[in-house]
Design a protein around this ligand. Structure first.
Ligand SMILES: Cc1cc2nc3c(=O)[nH]c(=O)nc-3n(C[C@H](O)[C@H](O)[C@H](O)COP(=O)(O)O)c2cc1C
Length: 177
């Protein structure tokens, strides 16, 4: 098992996948990371669709503005928020559902690294089209998707390099802004 910091360093967006299924036990282990994630007031305002049907996966990839490589992965995870079931007073005024779902999806992406699986957050999609394809009800919101599967090549999962992220001096303040 990978240590958390190691998983954080090694998680990269994988955009090339092997077309081989994920063993059920592995799939259940990694997707449990979604279920175990924290949420405001522990309301868990979410629903995660694990799409394995190849035709549906291809249609989803089309609805993600033609990111067709997604469909090679054996599973597409569609992470949905249920705003009505969420805490609605974050910062006193706003709904926590999107944040809750984002945390859960990130949990999955890190857990996947530990199983040698790749992911890639997909934020570019036609929400209306994805909802229609998967019978997602009106009150649910698609927050993000990710393909889940074995990376096509070993080099696709490599640690984040220093130059790929802003330096500490640009992102941290001590005490005040
Ligand atoms: C909210 C969000 C939306 C994203 N949408 C897409 C997307 O639609 N397609 C894609 O290929 N990558 C997408 N990405 C992946 C980013 O491009 C990627 O995380 C970033 O370039 C850093 O690279 P890394 O994930 O390999 O560390 C998205 C990432 C986030 C967090």
């Amino acid at each position: 098992m990978l240590d958390v910091m190691e998983a954080i360093r090694r998680r990269r967006s994988v955009r090339e996948y092997r077309r081989e299924p994920i063993p059920q036990a592995v799939l259940e282990r990694v997707t449990d990371a979604l279920r175990l994630a924290p949420s405001a007031c522990n309301y868990q305002p979410w629903r995660f669709l694990l799409v394995t049907d190849p035709r549906l996966r291809a249609e989803i990839a089309h609805a993600c503005h033609g990111q067709l490589w997604m469909a090679d992965a054996p599973v597409t995870v569609v992470a949905c928020a249920l705003p009505e079931a969420a805490y609605k007073r974050m910062g006193e005024t706003w709904n926590s559902a999107d944040v809750d779902v984002a945390i859960a999806l990130d949990h999955l992406m890190l857990a996947a690294v530990g199983e040698g699986l790749g992911t890639c957050w997909i934020g570019s999609f036609d929400e209306k089209a994805v909802k229609a394809l998967l019978d997602i009800p009106e009150g649910a919101k698609v927050v993000g998707l990710t393909p889940l599967g074995s990376p096509l090549r070993e080099g696709l999962i490599r640690p984040v390099l220093e130059g790929e992220r802003k330096p500490r001096s640009e992102v941290f303040s001590t005490d005040r802004w």
